[in-house]
Design a protein around this ligand. Structure first.
Ligand SMILES: NC(=O)C1=CN([C@@H]2O[C@H](COP(=O)(O)OP(=O)(O)OC[C@H]3O[C@@H](n4cnc5c(N)ncnc54)[C@H](O)[C@@H]3O)[C@@H](O)[C@H]2O)C=CC1
Ligand SMILES: O=C(O)[C@@H](O)C(=O)[C@H](O)[C@@H](O)CO
Length: 348
C-alpha cells in the first residue's frame, strides 16, 4: 500500500470542490477522499472530473472512466459515504460547502468530532473569515483553521488568498502556503515550452487582516458595482462594458497589476507622478461612483427599470441563459494560454 505524505478530505464536491480535486490529484504525494451529501455526487465526480484533469489524460468517456477507476483502485481517490468516513484519517480537511456562515460553523463542529486533533483545517470561502467560522468551536480549532480562498477554476487559477484568523498558528499558515506553492501546474498547456510544467504555478498570498471578501473579491465586487450602475443608468450595454474590460484592463492586468500599471503611467514621476497629475479627474470620478443596492435591485428612481433587471436582461441577450460547457471549455483554453504566457514572463 503506497504511503502518502498528505491525505486530504475534500468536503463539498460542487463547482469548487471538483476543480480542487483535480488540483490535489496533481500532487503524487497526496491522496484525496471526497464527501458530499448529494446522493448523485459519485456520478457527478465521474462525469465532471475528467474534464478538469490534465489534458494528458484523454477525455474520451471510456478512458475517462478507466482513469477514475484506476484512481479509486489505487486509493488515491476515495468517495466517502459519510463525513465521518471522509475526515477520520485525513491530515488536511478542506471545505467547499455553501457560502453560509451558519452552515460552515455547523460543519466544523461536526468535522472535529471525527477528525484527528492535529489535522489542518482549510476553508475555500469567498469571504467568510476563519475566525467567524470557528466561533462556535474551541481554541484548538481556531488555531488550525485558515481560509485558502481560490479563484474559479482552482485547477487553473494561480491565486490562493490565505487568510488566517487572529488565533491561527503561524506554522499552519506556512504549511498551507508551501503546500499550494508545490502543486504542479496542468501539463501540456497550449503554448507551454515543454510538456512538463516546471515553473511554479500557484501563487498563494497571505493577507494580514480579515476583511469581508478578503482582497480579490473586494476589488472584483467594486468593479461589479460600478459596472451594474453604468449599465443600469444606460451609459453602456453589458456586452460593450465587457468588451471595454477585455480590450483594455484585462490584457493590461494580466501583465501588470493596479499599482505597477499606474507606476508606469506616471512616467518619470512613477505612481506619485500619476496621482499628482490625475488627482482632479480621479477626485471627480471617485465622487460620482455609482451606488446600487444588491438587495432591492433598484437605484433610487423606482420608475426606471431596476438596474438588476437591465443587467440580467442584457447579459442573457448577449450570452444566453447560462454558460454552456462548450463556452466554458473554450474560455478555459484561453485562460490556460494567458496563465502560461504569464509564467514564461515570470521565469524569464
Ligand atoms: N463558485 C465560485 O466561483 C467560487 C466559490 N468559492 C467558495 O467555495 C465554496 C463552495 O462554492 P461552490 O463550489 O460554488 O458551491 P456549489 O453549490 O457548487 O457546491 C457546494 C457543494 O457543497 C455540498 N454541500 C452542502 N452542504 C454540505 C455539507 N454540510 N457537507 C458537505 N457538502 C455539502 C453541496 O451538495 C454542493 O455540492 C463557497 O464557500 C464559495 O464561496 C470560492 C471561490 C470561487
Ligand atoms: O471570482 C472568483 O472565482 C472568486 O473570487 C469567488 O470567490 C467567486 O467569484 C465568488 O465570489 C462567487 O461564488
Amino acid at each position: 500500500m503506497t504511503e502518502y505524505t498528505h491525505h486530504i478530505a475534500l468536503v463539498g464536491a460542487g463547482t469548487i470542490g471538483l476543480s480542487m480535486l483535480a488540483l490535489h490529484l496533481r500532487r503524487p504525494d497526496t491522496k484525496v477522499t471526497v464527501y458530499d451529501p448529494r446522493p448523485d455526487y459519485e456520478s457527478l465526480v465521474r462525469a465532471q472530473l475528467p474534464a478538469f484533469l490534465d489534458s494528458t489524460l484523454s477525455t474520451s468517456r471510456e478512458v475517462s472512466q478507466n482513469v477514475i477507476n484506476d484512481l479509486i483502485a489505487s486509493s488515491r481517490l476515495t468517495l466517502a459515504p459519510s463525513l465521518q468516513d471522509a475526515v477520520q484519517s485525513a491530515t488536511i480537511i478542506q471545505e467547499q460547502t455553501p457560502e453560509k456562515l451558519d452552515s460552515k460553523q455547523a460543519l466544523w463542529k461536526e468535522v472535529v468530532r471525527f477528525a484527528d486533533r492535529e489535522a489542518h483545517l482549510w476553508s475555500s470561502s469567498s469571504g467568510i473569515a476563519a475566525s467567524k467560522q470557528a466561533a462556535e468551536c474551541d481554541d484548538h480549532v481556531a488555531e488550525r483553521l485558515v481560509v485558502a480562498h481560490p479563484f474559479n477554476p482552482p485547477h487553473l487559477m494561480p491565486l490562493v488568498e490565505i487568510v488566517p484568523g487572529p488565533q491561527t498558528k503561524p506554522e499552519r499558515v506556512e504549511f498551507v502556503k508551501t503546500y499550494f506553492e508545490d502543486v504542479p501546474g496542468p501539463s501540456h498547456l497550449p503554448g507551454s515550452r515543454n510538456s512538463q510544467d516546471r515553473v511554479q504555478h500557484y501563487r498563494p498570498i497571505i493577507l494580514h487582516k480579515e476583511v469581508p471578501g478578503f482582497v480579490g473579491n473586494r476589488l472584483a465586487f467594486a468593479l461589479l458595482r460600478e459596472a451594474c450602475y453604468l449599465v443600469g443608468e444606460g451609459v453602456v450595454s453589458a456586452r460593450d462594458l465587457d468588451s471595454i474590460v477585455t480590450a483594455s484592463l484585462g490584457p493590461r492586468w494580466a501583465g501588470s497589476g493596479v499599482f505597477e500599471s499606474y507606476h508606469a503611467g506616471g512616467g518619470e514621476g512613477g505612481i506619485g507622478g500619476f496621482l499628482d497629475k490625475l488627482a482632479p479627474t480621479v477626485k471627480d470620478v471617485w465622487g460620482q461612483l455609482g451606488r446600487v443596492d444588491i438587495q432591492t435591485g433598484g437605484q433610487g428612481d423606482d420608475e426606471k427599470e431596476k438596474w438588476r433587471e437591465v443587467v440580467v436582461r442584457q447579459t442573457e441577450e448577449a450570452y444566453g441563459p447560462n454558460t454552456s460547457e462548450e463556452t466554458r471549455l473554450r474560455k478555459e483554453v484561453m485562460l490556460r494560454g494567458v496563465i502560461e504566457m504569464q509564467k514564461q514572463c515570470w521565469s524569464a
